[in-house]
Design a protein around this ligand. Sequence first.
Ligand SMILES: [Zn+2]
Ligand SMILES: [Zn+2]
Length: 116
Amino acid sequence: MSINHKYDSYILSKEWKIKRKQALDFHGDFCSQCKSKKDLHVHHKTYANLGNEPMEDLVILCRDCHYVEHNPYLKVQEELKLETQVQTKQSTLGSLLMFVIIAISIYLWVGLLRIR
Ligand SMILES: [Zn+2]
Ligand SMILES: [Zn+2]
């Protein structure tokens, strides 16, 4: 039996319904990524223990985050988005530092003028 077939029949089973409920109780009924409480899915980090998975193998994800989890291309896009955000933050910090340096030099310059 292929893992996909096994997964399909398991996901429809009564055992999974119970396990799914336990996972929501254990991890909390919100998405572990974005904290959304809508359209929650229980995602398998690994299928190695399918049918007898410990709670650590399961993760609560909303429909959107789950979709991203199963689409590596989208995941890369998300990571790129995050990296761009970090870069923008760094450049804001850069210009702030620049401003401080300019302010200090003006202050020093004014101070020199006063001495004269
Ligand atoms: Zn999944
Ligand atoms: Zn989410």
